[in-house]
Every structure is written in C-alpha cells, then in structure tokens.
Design a protein. Structure first.
Length: 315
C-alpha cells in the first residue's frame, strides 16, 4: 500500500521544482523578446526614412512639380536578362524569374510616361564575359536611337511611378536643356559609383566612355558574385581628369534618388548602419522612393514579392 506514495511524492517534487524555476524563466522572457525584435527594429525605422525627414528628390515648386514632356526628347529604359547564366554566380544567387517580374512593372511605368522600353534577351549576352558586362554592348548599340538611356539591372523595380525620369534628371542637372547636359549620371554607395542603375546621354563622349569601359578586360571576374564591370566603372570615374569629370559626369547627392537598396539585418548591414550611418541613410529603401535595387541579395524574387506586398499594404 506504501508504493503509490513514491510516484506521488516524485510528482510533488517536480511540481515544487517547476514552481521555483518559473519566475526565473519569466525574467528572461522580455530579454528574449528584445533579442528577437532587435534585428528588425532598424529595418522598420529605415523603411520610414522619408517620413522622418529624408528627401531623396529635392522639393519642387509650382510648374516644376510636373515637368513638361518634350515630344522631341526620346528616353528609353534599358535592361537585360542574364537568367541563363544565373546559376554560375555562386552562393545560391539567382536571377531566375526576376526579369519577368520586373519587366511588367517597368513596361507599365514606361507606357504611363511615354518612354521606350528595351528588354534584351539572354541571346544578347556575350558568353565570353560575365553577363553584367553586356550592358555596355546594349547601351552602345542603342545610344544613337535615344537622347537618354536609363540603364536598369534586371533586379530593380519601380516603386513610385508618379516620379518621372525628367524630374530625376532635372534634380541632378538643374535644368532641362539637353544640349547643355552632362553625359553620365550616377549614384554612389559604400563601394563607390554603382553600375546597376544610371543615365547616359547620346553623345560622342558617351560612346567613347562605353568603349573605354568595355576595353578594361583586366577587371573581368568569373566564378563569384562580382563580375568586375562595377570595379571597372569605378576605375574609369576615379581616373577622369577634373575637367572631364566636371563637364561630363554628375553623381547624385542622394543615392535613393533612383537607386535605393532594401535593408536586411545582416552583420555587414548592421556594421554599416553603426559606422557608416550617413551613407546608409542616403541609400536605404524607404516608402515613397522612386526605385529599389536588390543589389547583393540572393533571394531576389522573394525580395521583389516582399516589396510588392508592402506597397499593396500601404495603398
């Protein structure tokens, strides 16, 4: 008859032990919640950068809110598919499905504003180099057909279609006189000027610049996420004379003018946020930005869908 008392006593001992431990565990609950939420807090804050006072696009007044469309001025958005070579980029990075997802977005934007859209297929990629180098060939072949070409890497998305390319150009150049304009308009990130999105003007200088860029073969890289075209572009810009730079090139004061990057909680992004806050602030994607560029991100299609969901939620 005494045997059943032993399991009962053991159960009582376990209950007392759990009772003593429960308050201690509850003390760790707020800490656990903070550790869970903390990585996402900067992302939520940076997503509201524009509402916190950041201005990617300088404010306009009166008639400049909607710049008149010059019917003589031909502007084209150019992009290229490199999906066939995406499996060779390493680290699981893939462009598969990205061009189809972003082309619909850009076609709608181009139609609304009267721009041309040049989407080059994978057959236009030079197989002797990593795919991103072929943007130089695309631009070279289309330059004489348009006054301005706006190059977009495939992993970019228009997120504020109310902003026209004329307004972006005006904000950098300060006027709308095509003949008196610089030839190359770029943005700058942590690594220097970025080759993923830029404007180039129809001119002899632009043709020569593209030829110089293409001929920097020592920068070509295979077998990594870096192809060398961006490093080559930085090399060219850094070695322009002050006179040539002043006459032909403009770098936007704010990267987010037309080349915003989404912020993700990684060790590198947190380090940059802490030690390079001004650069992060100028380039991070925020609600209301004109375009977002998924540079350096592996799951590009996933990010595209995420930004789309955010935009639908905010409408």
């Amino acid at each position: 008859m005494a045997a059943p008392a032993r399991p009962r006593r053991a159960a009582q001992n376990r209950a007392r032990l759990l009772h003593r431990l429960r308050p201690r565990h509850l003390l760790f609950l707020p800490v656990a919640l903070v550790l869970f939420v903390l990585p996402y807090m900067p992302a939520l804050l940076l997503l509201r950068a524009n509402s916190l006072g950041r201005q990617c696009l300088p404010p306009t007044t009166g008639h400049l809110i909607r710049l008149p469309r010059d019917p003589r001025l031909k502007i084209a958005i150019a992009t290229l598919s490199d999906e066939g070579a995406s499996d060779h980029r390493g680290r699981g990075r893939s462009f598969r499905g990205v061009l189809a997802a972003t082309t619909r977005n850009k076609r709608s934007y181009a139609a609304a504003h009267g721009y041309s859209l040049a989407v080059l297929p994978a057959a236009a990629v030079d197989p002797r180099r990593p795919p991103s180098w072929s943007k130089v060939l695309v631009l070279r072949s289309h330059l004489r057909r348009h006054h301005w070409l706006f190059w977009n890497d495939a992993d970019t998305l228009v997120t504020n279609p109310d902003i026209s390319l004329e307004r972006v150009l005006f904000s950098v150049i300060g006027h709308s006189d095509f003949d008196a304009s610089p030839d190359l308009i770029l943005t700058k990130d942590f690594n220097g000027v970025n080759a993923g999105m830029f404007f180039i003007r129809m001119s002899n200088w632009s043709e020569g610049f593209l030829d110089r860029w293409w001929n920097l073969t020592s920068f070509i890289q295979f077998g990594s996420t870096k192809s060398g075209d961006n490093a080559a572009l930085n090399h060219l810009i850094e070695h322009l004379s002050p006179e040539e730079m002043r006459e032909h090139v403009r770098i936007a004061n704010m990267q987010c003018l037309f080349n915003s990057y989404p912020w993700a909680p990684t060790w590198k992004s947190v380090h940059r946020l802490i030690f390079h806050l001004p650069t992060t602030w100028k380039g991070v994607y925020s609600n209301g930005d004109f375009m977002v560029h998924f540079a350096g991100l592996d799951d590009k299609l996933g990010w595209i869908n995420k930004i789309r969901r955010q935009r639908r939620f905010l409408r």
